[in-house]
Design a protein around this ligand. Structure first.
Ligand code: SP5
Ligand code: ZN
Length: 351
């Protein structure tokens, strides 16, 4: 299986985040070592060749994202540096209110218009890193279009919390949504999101659309970030009604329960008869994860990959969260190994 990776993310290195639960600034969990460690595990496991991303135009980004957001990303750091002499972080101190959201002229104030949490800083390297992560996912989509059965985009920063015109949750561009949009040109994509957190951005981007099915397993938003979305009753709207499936999980969901609910999500996806599957893979569901953490042991990931592989649809796996620097690589390597094996299983061949 091809792995698409760029080391451009190294320049995006957030240092600390404000954690509301503790009222403190704490070391930021979304650090470069995450992706470096995952890549190292994949190399050791011999998952496949590592390729750099191809180049894509800005129009590819504005097919999913608001041009105003893209323009803000392109200009904010130079404006910040001119004003403060410092390299960031740019963080909002005031947030736009629903219904009163006129975009301010001032670029720095625009951070509070586009950003929805105080944990997603803009740094000197952020925009370039986000562009390269998006390019990794788009390259993966192109590999599927060229006939590959599976590909893995090692995206960092992650993407599933970013919407058409907002960012947050350590995400700036929605890598999975960009890939799904590109696949849509040549078939029916479904997106399965198995990050610990709800993929509110991806849900939002395709909420009105019957062309892209979105299914997500995630911690109950009543108790976990992002709190304002991921509820079961969010099923899509307009023509998209019935094409959005949320499976909120109670705290401490174990492997057996998780597999049962994953089977339900896969059934919904199978009924959609997709031509492609994009998996938003967050391994922050592993028991020891410092940000998320369900009762899933590291050993459960090959089996989860196997279940998804047995759908026997070409799969692009896009990296989302996963913050245990010790375990994230094992989880991803196990998942991809299981996925590749599952795709070749007799069950899959019979479909
Ligand atoms: C892509 C992704 O997984 N984003 C997750 C963003 C979650 N941010 C809020 C988490 C608040 C709890 N932070 C605990 C940090 C402990 N060191
Ligand atoms: Zn997550």
């Amino acid at each position: 299986m091809r792995i698409i990776y760029s080391d451009q993310h190294l320049l995006h290195a957030p240092r600390e985040e404000f954690v509301g639960r503790t009222g403190r600034l704490q070391p930021h969990p979304e650090v470069p070592q995450r992706a470096v460690g995952i890549l190292e595990s994949l190399r050791k496991t011999g998952i496949g060749e590592v390729l750099p991303p191809r180049r894509y135009s800005l129009e590819e980004l504005t097919a999913v994202h608001d041009p105003g957001l893209i323009e803000f990303y392109q200009n904010i750091l130079p404006a910040w540096r001119a004003r403060t002499g410092r390299p960031g972080p740019v963080l909002p101190d005031v947030f736009a209110l629903r219904g009163l959201d006129l975009r301010p002229r001032d670029l720095v104030r625009q951070a509070g218009y586009y950003c929805f949490d105080p944990q997603t800083p803009l740094l000197e390297g952020t925009w370039e890193a986000a562009c390269q992560a998006a390019a990794c996912a788009l390259t993966g989509a192109d590999l599927l279009l060229e006939g590959e059965r599976a590909a893995y985009a090692l995206c960092r920063p992650p993407g599933h919390h970013a919407g058409r015109d907002y960012y947050g949750g350590y995400c700036y561009l929605n890598n999975a949504a960009l890939a799904a949009r590109r696949l849509l040109a040549r078939g029916r994509p479904a997106v399965l999101d198995i990050d610990y957190h709800h993929g509110n951005g991806t849900q939002d981007i395709f909420y009105d659309s019957p062309e892209v099915l979105f299914a997500s397993l995630h911690a109950d938003p009543d108790v976990s970030y992002p709190c304002f979305s991921g509820y079961r009753e969010q099923r899509g709207s307009g023509a998209g009604l019935g094409f959005n499936h949320n499976f909120p999980l109670p705290p401490g969901t174990n492997q057996e329960a998780y597999r049962e609910i994953l089977a339900q999500a896969l059934e919904a996806i199978g009924a959609f008869r997709p031509d492609f599957l994009v998996v938003s893979l967050g391994v922050d569901t592993v028991l020891e994860d410092p940000v998320g953490g369900l009762q899933l042991p590291v050993e459960s990931f090959p089996g989860l990959g196997g279940m998804i592989g047995s759908l026997a649809v070409p799969v692009l796996v896009v990296q989302e969260g996963g913050y245990s620097l010790r375990l994230a690589g094992h989880c991803v390597a196990g998942f991809l190994t299981g996925l590749a094996a599952g795709g070749l299983s007799p069950v899959a061949a019979r479909r």
